[in-house]
Each structure stands twice: as structure tokens, then as C-alpha cells.
Design a protein around this ligand. Structure first.
Ligand code: FS2
Ligand code: SF4
Length: 546
């Protein structure tokens, strides 16, 4: 196997025997095979788009987004589930090939288009389609940067689509990008262009999801979220899918069960149409990587709507109370399928919860969040005044992911060491490093403003553009905002590409730079955008804040 898509990759270069995340070599191989089917389908669909041929676009969009999403770090560890997606893709590709033949569409002669999907060839094809098939490190790097961005885009698109918001242009771009990276002869410039264009559609997909979330559930608002527990049994819901938590809240109403959010589901509390449920009682635990301890003490069922899953230890007591849904999967865990009406049936989860003890208290108190763009705009006068008087000297965007590596303590120490006139703008699970530190406020404005999930980094873009207008500066980089982003998996890649597309310079990316960025590509990113890794807390404070 070879996988280097996340920040925790082995030795900072690539996992070759088994993933640090727990991914087996077999899963990696089937994911490589699945991605080759995705490239084949994307390439064919792109040719249809060019020829303006009608085909079932929704079927292609649903397939591509689900398949790409299931290969994101910590989403799906279930070989059989991945192989089922390969089978579905091969059947879809055959339909598309038939259509191409009927309409005399000439298709590129790429292996991914040609491959017939014979079962006996799965193993060899999975190995042939490894990331290392691209021998040139720089070309490989750009192809991977693009496909990893597409994975993040697919995740956000899927959430938006579940809430009824779709956009053919985004899917058409995905197909174009897949076509470009499938071409074995694509050169550096072509690949660089498609990588940067991925960022444009990254902005679009985050805007689409923002619209979907806010139309369905209202604008996030300042909310105090309880981190303690109640007396009743609970269900813990993790991941990013708001439609799922809404279904669960509706189905648990009046059952005597409390619902708790975990990890990236915390921002569900900020939405008026979700927080109205009285039995949505709090957030339990921290970022994804602490789940082994926290799931044990939770006592009740756990539902994964998206990544991040940590494989349980063989003796884990909670193994039989975990459920997956959407693109996630884990061998032996029950998977809840979508009903024909687009809703999930959580009755089995609820029945199990009713037999469980209430969660064990692991902390008490509350955290504050809900500062997506509308809430920040509501405070705009106060914020602008604070900037003008010098009460707020700087903003630091610290969005992104959390993770288990010790060097991530940098973010906690950095947050603690920031001068009292600096405000942290956050989103994603990165916030768990500092959202319980009680960093205080500036004239009533909390010093940690949490916009929501990782996709809500979009809010910081909207806010930055608004500040640019208010302060009358021509360049977004002239604002007193420092971007110090923590990354882990591929949704952070699409966020990064989106920020680059918007012209944001000098972004710091840590705790280590991605292994999939080659030296040649890094040079381009440094020269063009001033991207840098983080140094020590002291050095970064001295160079960028003080
Ligand atoms: Fe955190 Fe994991 Fe949000 Fe990522 S819970 S690293 O999926 O997308 O962020
Ligand atoms: Fe390794 Fe990360 Fe890939 Fe898992 S997702 S196999 S930890 S690089």
C-alpha cells in the first residue's frame, strides 16, 4: 500500500504497511481501485459534458461524491463496503460506455476508461492504480493535491445535496478535474491550473453548503453549549451531517432519550432549527481522536454520520453500540441505509439507547459558539469599533482539524500565549485545542469565535471580505488577519485551495506540511502564495503577532 493523504502519515512520508489511522493494506488497495473507477467515470462524464450529451447527471454526481467521500481519512474501513462501491461504479461505467457508443462519442484511451472491471483482475488493477503509478514526483503531487481537494469538495457537496441544494457546475468541474488528472500526459502547467481551479469550486461548494444549512436550519447564533451530562440515557452523534441529526432529534422526541453531539457535530447546537429540540442537551467529549475513552464512558449508542472513525481496540466495550451511515463504514458495525424518502430510520439506535445507562460525566461547564457570518455581522459595529480603538489588534484564523500528534499542542500553547487584544477565529475540530481555556473577551466579544464545522471556514472568508469593504482596503492581505491553519484530512485541503483561490497569502499550515506536496510544488506555493509551515510558538508570535 501507499497512502500519504493525511497529516499523520507514517514518518511524514507515507503509510506503506498499515495506516497510522488503522487502514489495512487491503482497504488501501480497494480504495485505490475505487478511485480509478471514479477517474474513469469522471473522464467519460466530462466528454459527455463537452459534447452536450444528456445523461443521468444525478446518478453520476451521487456516485462520484459518495465514492470520493468514502476514501477520506477515517471515513470507511470496511473492505466489503468499498468493493460494493467498486461494483456499482463498474455497472455505471458500462452504462456510460454504452451511451458513448450509441452517440459516437470518442473517449480518451486511458486505462481507467478501458478497464472492463473483471473480478479476477481486481487485485492487479488495485495495485496498478496505486498513487505511485505516477512516477514524476511533481506531477504526482499536483494530481494528488487535486484529487484530495475533490474529496473534500465531494464531502461538502454530499451534505448540501442531502438538504436539496445541488449545482451542476460543481459536478461538471469535478468531472473536468478527474479527466485532467487521469491523462497520463498532463503537464505541470495544466495540472497546476486545475489544482488552483479546484480552489474556485471549493469556494462555491462551501457557499452551497452554507446556503443549504442556513436555509434548512437558520443562521447560527451565539449559543452556550453544555458539556456536562443529564440523568437520562443518551445517543451520541458524530460527524458533520446535519440532516442526520435532525432526523435523530425528530425520532427521539418524547422517548426519554437525550441527544449529545460529538466532535464536528458540536455546531448543530448553534442552528435555531436544531437547538429548539430540548432533548439536544449538550456536547460530549472532544475532537475525534479521543473517542476510545469517551465512547466507553458515554454508555449509550454512537452514530457516525461522517469521519472521523478511530478503529476500536479488540476489547473495546462500546463496539456493539456503534452505527455508521452515509459514506462511513467499519467492519462489524451496523450501517444505517438511507430510506427511499431521503430520511434514516434510527429506531434500532433508539431501542438500544433505552436499555443503556446515562452517560458518565467527564467534564462540566459550557462552551460558546455560533459565530458564523450572520452572527458576526450582527456584532459588526462592536467589532469595527474595537478594531478602530485598538481594543482588537489582530485576528488569527486557526480553523482546521485536530489530531493526536503531540506537536499539535503548538495550537493550544499558541492560543494561550496570544496577547489579550488578539481574537481567534476558528472552525472545524481544531478548536478543541483551545475552546475550553476560558480565554476571556474583548468588550464583550469572546476571544475565541467559533463559526462551526470545517466547511464554515467559509464564514471567515465572508467576514474577511466584509472587513475589507468596511476598512476600504484594496487587498484582503492588508487586513490585520493572520492565517494559522491546522490540517489533518482532505476537507482541510479543499479549504486551503479555496483560500488560495481568494488570493490569501502567507498562510501557515501545520503542524507539518503535507507529504503529498513535492519539493517542486512546494516551491511554487511558497513563491506564489507565501505558504509556510509553523515554527515554534515564540517565533511565530514574534514574527506575525507582536
Ligand atoms: Fe475533524 Fe475529522 Fe471536519 Fe475533519 S472530525 S479532522 O473530519 O472534517 O475536521
Ligand atoms: Fe496513512 Fe493517513 Fe493514509 Fe491513514 S489516511 S493510511 S494515516 S496517510
Amino acid at each position: 500500500m501507499f497512502c500519504f493523504q493525511c497529516q499523520e502519515t507514517a514518518k511524514g512520508t507515507g503509510c506503506t504497511i498499515k495506516g497510522v489511522c488503522g487502514k489495512e493494506a487491503s482497504t488501501a488497495k480497494w480504495q485505490d481501485l475505487l478511485l480509478s473507477v471514479v477517474r474513469g467515470i469522471g473522464t467519460i462524464a466530462h466528454q459527455f459534458n463537452q459534447a452536450e450529451l444528456e445523461y443521468n447527471r444525478t446518478q453520476v454526481a451521487d456516485y462520484l461524491t459518495d465514492a470520493l467521500f468514502s476514501t477520506i481519512t477515517n471515513a470507511n474501513f470496511d473492505d466489503q463496503a468499498i468493493l460494493n462501491k467498486v461494483d456499482v461504479g463498474i455497472a455505471l461505467k458500462k452504462q456510460l460506455l454504452h451511451l458513448a457508443q450509441q452517440h459516437n462519442i470518442l473517449l480518451p484511451d486511458y486505462q481507467e476508461v478501458r478497464w472492463g472491471g473483471e473480478k479476477a483482475d481486481f487485485d492487479a488493477e488495485g495495485q496498478r492504480e496505486s498513487i505511485l503509478r505516477n512516477e514524476n514526483a511533481d506531477l504526482r503531487s499536483l494530481k494528488e493535491l487535486t484529487v484530495l481537494g475533490l474529496k473534500g469538495m465531494a464531502a461538502y457537496y454530499e451534505h448540501a445535496a442531502r438538504l436539496g441544494e445541488t449545482n451542476d457546475k460543481i459536478i461538471a468541474f469535478m468531472c473536468k478535474a478527474l479527466n485532467t488528472i487521469t491523462n497520463p500526459d498532463a503537464d505541470m502547467q495544466t495540472l497546476l491550473n486545475i489544482t488552483l481551479e479546484t480552489g474556485k469550486y471549493g469556494v462555491d461548494v462551501m457557499a452551497l453548503l452554507d446556503q443549504a444549512n442556513t436555509e434548512a436550519y437558520g443562521n447560527p447564533e451565539l449559543t452556550h453549549v453544555n458539556i456536562g451530562v443529564g440523568q437520562r440515557p443518551g445517543i451520541l452523534i458524530s460527524g458533520h451531517d446535519l440532516k442526520d441529526i435532525e432526523d435523530l432529534l425528530i425520532q427521539t422526541e418524547g422517548t426519554g432519550i437525550d441527544v449529545y453531539t460529538h466532535g464536528e457535530m458540536l455546531p448543530a447546537h448553534y442552528y435555531p432549527q436544531l437547538k429548539k429540540y430540548k432533548h439536544l442537551v449538550g456536547n460530549y467529549g472532544n475532537a475525534w481522536w479521543k473517542q476510545k475513552e469517551e465512547f466507553t464512558s458515554f454508555h449509550g449508542p454512537i452514530v457516525f454520520t461522517t469521519n472521523c472513525i478511530v478503529p476500536p481496540s479488540p476489547s473495546a466495550e462500546y463496539k456493539d453500540r456503534v452505527f455508521t451511515t452515509n459514506s462511513t463504514g467499519y467492519p462489524g458495525w451496523k450501517h444505517i441505509e438511507m430510506g427511499a424518502d431521503g430520511h434514516k430510520d434510527f429506531s434500532e439506535v433508539i431501542a438500544l439507547a433505552q436499555k443503556c445507562e446515562a452517560p458518565k460525566e467527564i467534564e462540566i461547564g459550557e462552551i460558546v459558539g455560533g459565530f458564523a457570518h450572520a452572527q458576526v455581522f450582527a456584532l459588526a459595529d462592536q467589532i469595527v469599533e474595537a478594531v478602530k480603538t485598538g481594543a482588537i489588534r489582530k485576528f488569527v484564523v486557526m480553523s482546521g482539524c485536530d489530531g493526536r500528534m503531540k506537536n499539535r499542542n503548538y495550537y493550544k500553547e499558541f492560543a494561550k500565549a496570544l496577547p489579550k487584544d488578539v481574537v481567534i477565529l476558528t472552525s472545524g475540530c481544531a478548536k478543541y485545542k483551545y475552546n475550553k481555556l476560558h480565554l476571556g473577551d474583548i468588550n464583550g466579544i469572546p476571544r475565541v469565535l467559533d463559526a462551526g464545522q470545517c466547511n464554515d471556514s467559509y464564514s471567515w472568508v465572508v467576514v474577511a471580505l466584509k472587513l475589507k469593504e468596511i476598512f476600504g482596503v484594496n487587498d484582503i492581505n492588508a487586513l490585520p488577519i493572520f492565517f494559522n491553519i491546522a490540517w489533518y484530512e482532505q476537507k482541510a485541503v479543499i479549504v486551503l485551495l479555496a483560500l488560495l483561490h481568494l488570493g490569501i497569502k502567507n498562510i501557515h499550515l501545520g503542524p507539518t506540511l503535507p507529504a503529498f506536496i513535492s519539493e517542486g510544488v512546494l516551491k511554487v506555493l511558497v513563491d506564489t502564495f507565501g505558504i509556510a509551515g509553523n515554527a515554534t510558538v515564540e517565533e511565530d508570535l514574534k514574527n506575525y503577532i507582536l
